[in-house]
Design a protein around this ligand. Structure first.
Ligand SMILES: [Zn+2]
Length: 462
């Protein structure tokens, strides 16, 4: 009994200490004289003032706000907007597929991911959903301040069936399946992917990712462009397997995202309650209607259907006619998604060396404005709609507040921009240059302040 009392008083002392520490006034930053793009409305709120306390936006007002103890940033008519969100990125697959599979280990991809993360943040991205790979240590070390980067939403290893989009073994690799005497691919060895067949193996793979800190689960539900043994029209994972993954994710309060292209596969995913469809280029308008009705998200990398893709110097010549034909056939994909009111989120989804991924990301920002009818729609995909999607992680969401909006109570992920992104997308880095862009990293000079979770990472006005 005495021991228990001693323990209780120790707990009380600790709690009191914590409470006292919390009483220290939070840091305050006041953005004065800014035009606000709030992530939701097509118009700027002109001549506003925005006060941040700690990691939250506490006041958004047309009237001047008292600035006691606050760091003052005079916007002088610049635009204040939410930090950008990339809904589908590959921070851990940071070299060409073949190089990662044959020539890299966990050390290589982890060291590179530090630079990937830093440049994401310096490009104004304050949250990034990673769609396959061991991004857990990266997320932890960003969150505890040892390195800088966006808030990372790790999926852990993407889960694929044998022969699926995540089965990266070579033709000569022996074994019926990796878990049955066959070799693991390097992707699997490093935790980038996870091959599972049948409900028990799928459950095991989902639970392993959740154990490690996944904020959502990524499955491969259909064929892909970059894998060798799964034609793009194929449907992957049975209904039982998909539903098992969704149930196991839901048991942890979160959801499943799926790599998918076709109607057959998307409808199976919807039957089981999958919430986000990655890519999705081949779906019909019927299926788009169902997606809209059920509130699912489509997260497409629009460069996948861009005519500029054929200019990729890494593209095998034999693939170019196919890439061009697909681009033409699905050129109105974006317009159709808008027509049917489907929720769309920005995706850079580039696999490759960091410099190439950066160029692709800036091109993607511009290219989307061409495919989704203008800047406002794309800015929503980069902010409020993406924030809504990230909130699907429920209790697994590392952000304890609203993302992608400038409003009272939301988390303070903010960018101050020289210019108006509703009129000129280049002020947040969008550019029509892709393979012809300078491969050297150039900071975006019009991005003058970058704040994540109330902390300023860039301020060229100081
Ligand atoms: Zn991807």
């Amino acid at each position: 009994m005495r021991t228990l009392c001693g323990l209780l008083s120790l707990v009380l002392v600790t709690l009191t200490g914590a409470a006292m520490a919390e009483e220290a006034p939070p840091s305050r930053v006041l953005f004065r004289n800014v035009n606000v793009f709030n992530g939701v409305d097509a118009k700027l709120m002109t001549n506003h003032h925005v006060l941040v306390e700690g990691n939250r936006i506490v006041t958004v007002s047309a009237n001047p706000i008292g600035s006691e103890g606050a760091e003052i940033i005079d916007g002088a008519g610049r635009t204040l907007m939410p930090g950008l969100i990339d809904g589908h990125a590959h921070v851990m697959i940071n070299a060409h597929f073949d190089t990662v599979e044959k020539d890299m280990d966990l050390g290589d991809i982890s060291i590179r991911s530090i630079r990937v993360a830093e440049r994401f943040l310096m490009d104004g991205f304050t949250s990034v959903r990673d769609m396959g790979g061991p991004a857990f240590a990266l997320a932890r070390n960003i969150d505890n301040g040892r390195i800088i980067g966006p808030r990372i939403y790790p999926s852990g290893g993407f889960i694929s069936q044998t022969s699926g989009h995540g089965d990266f073994r070579d033709r000569a690799d022996p074994g019926f399946s990796q878990h049955d005497g066959g070799d693991l691919s390097n992707f699997e060895r490093m935790g980038i992917g996870n091959v599972a067949n049948g409900v028990p193996e799928v459950l095991k793979a989902v639970r392993l990712n959740l154990r490690n800190g996944a904020t959502q689960i990524k499955i491969m539900a259909g064929g892909g462009g970059s894998s060798r043994f799964d034609p793009i029209d194929t449907t992957q994972f049975s209904t039982e397997e998909v539903c098992a993954a969704v149930e196991a994710a839901a048991d942890w309060g979160t959801y499943v995202a799926a790599h998918v292209f076709t109607d057959r596969a998307v409808n199976r995913l919807l039957d089981c309650g999958v919430k986000t469809m990655e890519h999705g280029f081949f779906i019909s308008e019927e299926t788009m209607k169902r997606l809209a009705k059920e509130g699912a998200f489509v997260v497409p990398q629009m460069w996948g259907i861009s005519p500029d893709l054929a200019r990729n110097p890494l593209m095998p010549a034999a693939k170019i006619p196919m890439v061009k034909a697909l681009g033409e056939q699905y050129a109105d994909f974006g317009e159709k998604l808008l027509k049917h009111d489907v929720k769309v989120v920005f995706a850079s989804d580039y696999v490759g060396v960091p410099e190439d991924a950066e160029r692709a990301r800036r091109y993607e920002i511009w290219w989307r404005t061409q495919k989704f009818g203008g800047n406002f729609e794309v800015l929503k995909q980069l902010t409020s709609t993406a924030g809504e999607m990230l909130a699907l992680s429920g209790p697994r969401n590392p952000a304890k507040g609203k993302l992608g909006v400038v409003e009272e109570g939301a988390l303070a992920d903010l960018l101050l921009i020289d210019g108006n992104p509703l009129e000129d997308i280049s002020v947040i880095g969008g550019t029509e240059q892709w393979f012809d862009a300078d491969p050297e990293y150039r900071p975006i000079d019009t991005l003058v302040v970058i704040m994540k979770d109330g902390v300023i990472y860039k301020n060229t006005l100081r």
